[in-house]
Structures are given as structure tokens and as C-alpha cells.
Write a new protein. Sequence first.
Length: 236
Amino acid sequence: MDESLWKIVRKYGEKLFLRVSDRNPKASRRKGKRRSSVVVCEEKQLENYGDWQGPPPWDISLGGDGCPKFLCDVMVEGLAKHLRCVGVDAAVPHSRKPEPRELIDQAYKEKRVLLTRDAKLLRHQYLIKNQIYRVNNLLKNEQLLEVIEAFQLKISEDQLMSRCTKCNGRFIQKPLTVEEAIEAAKGFQKIPNCLFDKNLEFWQCMDCNQLYWEVVYFLFSLILEMSFFSNTENTL
């Protein structure tokens, strides 16, 4: 990764991400442990499993749809928001304290790569080949760049504001007017009064109904243009 790119993202990266409260993950409907549908690895101790080996489970050659998908465990749950900011499908565990086999089973069924910083999880006997990656960096913006580089993800401007950072849902295609946004936000979300007299467009998540507005999109575009887009051909 070009050093100038790293400096820009370290300095401005945190401004890229929305500061919204997380909705608590849904509780698991199943109680107790359940047998994983994946094949148990013969080796119980797998060294250097954090190095990505590929191809990813979404690869067309493996029957996937070609769209990158990740599952961020509780140790890198904040990374899920950052990936969503740039339009990448990033899910979180179904339960708050999932068992290792539950994480791996979810990743297997949804054709996702499991992202984690848990070294113990890497040595677990239920690991799936090429479906787990250990994130090395501690800072969220550097974790984002690490994942983009490791999996050679192509990030385009069209992907901005394509996913809800709160729940990973998709946005309603048609932008809302101020009046429509105010009506949609009643009893759910407060829109700053300073936005009422501005000719802004709003977007609403189809799944959780969270509202976002044009100022946020402009900030996304500015930061990503400074960091990612100018180096896409050479670095991503």
C-alpha cells in the first residue's frame, strides 16, 4: 500500500464513518450447542491460518455470486460498519455470544469469509479451509484497508451509500425529500433542524428505516476520492 495513501486514511479515515448507535444483535432462536453443517478439519492445531489462501467462497468458480461477503465476529464488529460504508456486504453474528461452531456455520451457509482477531478461534478444530481471515491491525480504518488489500476488493464511487452502516441493509432507490424524510422519521429518528431549510436529499434503509442525508454522502465521496479512488488502479 502506498505510504501517502496510508497517511491520508490515518488522518481522515475516522471522519468517513457514521457515528450512529448500534442496534443490539438479534438473540439466537436456538438454545444450546448444535452440530455444525461443515466438515471438521482433521488437524486441530492450524498454524498460520490467518494468512489468506483463497479463493473466497463467493468466487464464481466455487458456485458463489461473485459479490464479496464477510462475517465480522465480536472482536472486529466495528469493522463491519466500515466495510458497509464502502458498500461491502458485512454481517455480524446472529447472537451476542456465539459459539465458534455457530460463527463458522453462519459463514459457511452464507458463503462469507469470517473476519476475526481471535487467535484461539484460528486454532479451533471446526475451521473451514479458505473461509477465515485474521485481521492484524488494531485501528478500524487500517483494518478496512487491510481487508480491501488482502481480498483485492474493487471499491467504486457507486458503492457509496449503498448499504446501511447500522444493519447492512440496502437503501430505497429513490431519494426522499426533506418533507418525506421528516414524515418517515417521526417517532423513530431526529433530524437536525438546521437541515430543514436546505435542499437536501435523504436515503432510507429498507430494512431498519434508518435515515441518512446528502451531507454524509458528500463527506464519503470527499474522503474516498482522496484515499481510494486516486490509487484504485495501482493498489486495489
